[in-house]
Design a protein around this ligand. Structure first.
Ligand code: CTP
Length: 398
């Protein structure tokens, strides 16, 4: 699949650099030509000899090396490729890239390239969560830099959290999604997924049973067709889809803000189970039981409707807006009414009544309601629903 493609791989200084050796091998197996830049810090973790042996190419290390420059000048190195991949992308290299530094060969090539850039971040979870890193991430994604990962899990230091570099095969999938001239190449997609949590106090919230499986599968399917995809998700247990920019939020208001920040998009798919209401006020401290007192009443107010907001006519309205309708009765009639009320183009109606197995399950039975009528899909896996929807979207945007 990557035959004839040339990847410039920047290996920066992080413990995850050992996985980059496997990444080189996987890319070569798929026919890619891999040229590597090993930063000074990167060379503390993997040896130039390993990188050179696996890539079967000269390893470039120094901006001021006559040997490297005579092999291939750094400007050509930056441009004579289909994609630049930074794995591991440390907090340091992300900061330098965001600020436009050209202080070594790696950062100079990242600044000099006119090719797409994919980062596979890897760092301690506290570093990843720092406002500085998150601001750099937002700057970079805003400029079109693609991100894969990081995953959550055990980190090398023995701590647990988000910051683990994606596995080599996930990075390969992200690379294939970018380089494959899929039907959604050059399109931007926005997907919402999962539940929202609306806080009552620091420990309690109003939420729902949405697993995020369907929304995540849709983001993966759109990315697999080449779309530059942003997934805005509430709290879920499902892994991040490869090659997708993931924005994690908790409340409906945060979801709306993240969706607005992800515009413009050619298509928006709202698969999230957004809480319809939120507590008017969130208690600053845990609400305590009081002897003999009545149970507290929680006053609710309506949440913004994200689907309806994205569907409003205007300069930033995606060309295609797709919603879901979770119904327990009169599925098609309710979905039709919902489509008109919210102003979206298509509604994928599904039956979430008790016993349907849709919420949290792996399968879904969908009826697509659009301006021309109803299309009933047979029961299929959520992954198949996602692929069929992505193909329908590709056809509509073609
Ligand atoms: N939706 C949204 N923002 C909300 C509520 C819903 O974006 N505040 C989106 C969902 O992501 C879905 C669609 O609207 O795509 C329909 O969601 P659903 O729960 O079926 O409809 P509701 O608007 O909540 O209507 P009701 O609960 O009355 O059926």
């Amino acid at each position: 699949m990557l035959a004839g493609k040339r990847i410039l791989l920047v290996i920066a200084g992080g413990i995850a650099a050992y996985k980059s050796l496997d990444l080189i091998r996987r890319l070569r197996e798929r026919g890619a030509d891999v040229r590597c830049i090993l930063t000074a810090a990167g060379a503390e973790f993997v040896t130039p000899l390993s990188v050179q042996t696996l890539s079967r190419n000269t390893v470039f290390r120094d901006l001021f090396s006559l040997t490297d420059e005579s092999e291939i000048g750094h400007i050509r190195l930056a441009r004579d490729c289909d994609l630049v991949v930074v794995a591991p992308a440390t907090a340091d290299i992300m900061a330098k890239l965001a600020a436009g530094f050209a202080s070594d060969l790696a950062t100079t090539c990242l600044l000099a390239t006119d090719r797409p850039i994919l980062l596979a971040p890897a760092m301690n979870f506290v570093m990843w969560g720092q406002p500085a890193t998150q601001a750099n991430l937002a700057t970079l994604t805003g400029r079109g830099v693609r991100i894969v990962g990081p995953a959550s899990g055990a980190l090398a230091e023995g701590e647990i959290g988000a910051g683990r570099m994606s596995e080599p095969l996930e990075i390969v999938a992200a690379i294939e999604a970018i380089l494959d001239a899929g039907p959604l190449k050059d399109r931007r997609a926005l997907v919402t997924s999962g539940p929202t949590y609306e806080p009552i106090d620091p420990v309690r919230f109003i939420g729902n049973r949405s697993s995020g499986k369907q929304g995540h599968a849709i983001a993966a399917a759109l990315a697999a067709l080449g779309a530059d995809t942003t997934l805005v998700t509430g709290p879920t247990q499902v892994p991040d889809p490869p090659g997708v920019r993931v924005v994690r939020i908790e409340t409906a208001e945060q979801m709306l803000a993240a969706c607005r920040a992800a515009l413009p998009a050619d298509v928006a798919v709202c698969a999230a189970a957004v809480a319809d209401w939120r507590p008017v006020a969130t208690a600053g401290q845990k609400i305590k039981k009081k002897e003999g007192a009545a149970a507290p009443a929680i006053a609710l107010t309506e949440n913004p409707d994200i689907l309806a907001t994205l569907s409003k006519p205007g300069a930033t309205r995606p060309r295609l807006v797709v919603g879901f309708a979770a119904e327990t009765e009169n599925v098609v009639a309710n979905a039709q009414a919902k489509r008109t009320r919210k102003g979206c183009d298509w509604i994928l109606a599904n039956d979430v009544s008790t016993g349907s197995g849709t919420f949290g399950g792996d399968d879904n039975t969908i009826q697509v309601v659009d301006a021309s009528g109803v299309e009933a899909w047979s029961r299929m896996s959520k992954d198949d629903v996602a692929r069929r929807l992505a193909a329908r979207i590709a056809a509509a945007l073609a």
